[in-house]
Ligand binder design. Structure first.
Ligand SMILES: Cc1ncc(COP(=O)(O)O)c(C=O)c1O
Length: 432
């Protein structure tokens, strides 16, 4: 038996297969976010936890008509198996989207369609990493990527970031230090734009520096870019892939710029890696769903998707502003960055408080967040929480932050009276 709370909470008792699982299954953990879902989704709780895009402004009525047409004229293809590399029509459709972030040299043949970025992360790790290999990654780090790396028994080594994103010098030092230890450094995993959870963007100055280091040490860059088109002022940044086609695997997704339900994302990779990705896609799923890909193409071909993204930017900016002003009004004891795009504020809570231990009290006060500990693989992060402003309305966000402020204030009172629970050893074993 384990006393890891994430495992213990989901462990089937008397499992007849206990002891038969592969080692990689033993390293799998329920994400703290998934564990929260059931309670956080109750209507009375203001959830600042999940990263669900708000879809209320999608033109579903008109889309239903277009999809019905598509099924009438191309039903046989939509319901059929397709190519392991992805539908050629959709591989063509993604080119103008990438051009918005300066990737102008990619051809449809360079593109591989995957079942969401999450699957792309799995495939690239599968083909690049052996157990014990090192992936360098910004810390804090996207929790879904941590889960993938863990399941392939990869060592994730944290690289410091600041308000300008990943620190190039820290990247280089980490490579050198790991090589000294005899470790094989395979990739840098980076989310350069409107980072999840940190909300920061890699500066223009740092991008070529990071590429230079990657080339110097022959370390592949995995550029994960689901939020790049969601800059609130319409600003975009040149993708790392636009500056280097040889050393970067680019990953982007329709999940945040259109909708996640179709599970369609895409990768662009240099030829050798691309070929392996197609084989890995085939062995994992045979082929991405034609129905999903054709649904996305139908949307892209018949609607003004750029106008839809502009609309999303305005909507998310309003929500970011609502969260920022509510925080300024009622949580002056905390600090945070004001993100210029994306979905998240990374909130530093006052010293002595523990975001993970405080969560049950927050849920009781009907507000949910994700503890910063979810975004590290080494127990750090209890002094932070991730607040998402993507899904609730501005009014609900304001209400949620007020509730959170009540919880934090009460917690601070307790710490003042009795000292920090950390130091008193008052641990909530379940951490939930
Ligand atoms: C940085 C990052 N990468 C990948 C994903 C997964 O996206 P998808 O829905 O395309 O699998 C997310 C989702 O939140 C994300 O934030």
């Amino acid at each position: 038996m384990t006393d890891d709370p994430n495992i213990a909470s989901t462990m089937i008792t008397n499992d007849p297969w206990f002891g038969s699982y592969a080692q990689r299954a033993e390293t799998m953990r329920a994400s703290e976010i998934r564990a929260l879902f059931a309670v956080a989704n109750r209507p009375e709780v203001v959830s600042l936890a999940g990263g669900m895009p708000f879809l209320g402004r999608m033109p579903f009525d008109q889309l239903a008509d277009e999809l019905s047409q598509m099924l009438k004229s191309q039903g046989e293809q939509a319901w059929q198996y397709g190519s392991a590399q992805g539908d050629p029509h959709l591989r063509e459709d993604v080119l103008p989207i990438m051009a918005l972030e300066s990737i102008t040299d990619a051809q449809p043949d360079d593109v591989v369609i995957v079942n969401g970025s999450q699957s792309g992360l799995d495939l690239i790790t599968r083909i690049m990493c052996n157990p014990g290999d090192v992936v360098l990654a910004e810390a804090p780090n996207y929790v879904g990527a941590l889960g993938v790396f863990q399941s392939f028994q990869v060592d994730v080594v944290n690289v410091m970031m600041d308000a300008d994103g990943l620190i190039p010098q820290a990247f280089e030092e980490a490579i050198i230090a790991q090589r000294k230890l005899g470790k094989c450094v395979k990739m840098l995993y980076t989310v350069p734009n409107f980072h999840n959870p940190a909300g920061v963007t890699m500066s223009l100055e740092r991008r070529p520096q990071v590429l230079e280091i990657a080339r110097k040490y022959h370390v592949l860059i995995l550029e994960d870019n689901p939020y790049g088109l969601l800059g609130f002022d319409g600003q975009t940044y040149p993708a790392l892939r636009s500056m280097d086609a040889e050393n970067v695997v680019y990953l982007s997704s329709f999940s945040k710029i259109i909708a996640p339900g179709m599970r369609v994302a895409w990768m662009v990779a240099p030829p050798g890696i691309r070929q392996k990705l197609v084989l890995a896609n085939e062995s994992a799923i045979l082929c991405p769903s034609n129905m999903s890909q054709m649904t996305i193409s139908t949307y892209l071909d018949n609607f003004d998707w750029q106008a839809q993204i502009r609309d999303y930017r305005g909507m998310y900016r309003e929500r970011r502003d609502a969260m920022d002003s509510a925080l300024r009004e009622c949580l002056p004891s905390c600090s945070w960055n004001k993100p210029e795009g994306g979905f998240y504020i990374w909130l530093k809570i006052p010293d002595g408080l523990n975001a993970k231990e405080m969560l049950p009290r927050a849920i009781t006060a009907k507000v949910a967040y994700v503890s910063g500990t979810a975004f590290y693989n080494d127990g750090q992060g209890k002094d932070h929480m991730r607040l998402s402003f993507c899904y609730p309305t501005p009014e609900r966000i304001t209400e949620g932050v007020h509730r959170l402020a009540g919880v934090i204030d009460r917690e601070l009172e307790t710490v003042k009276l009795f000292g920090s629970p950390e130091h008193e050893g008052r641990h909530n074993k379940d951490g939930q």
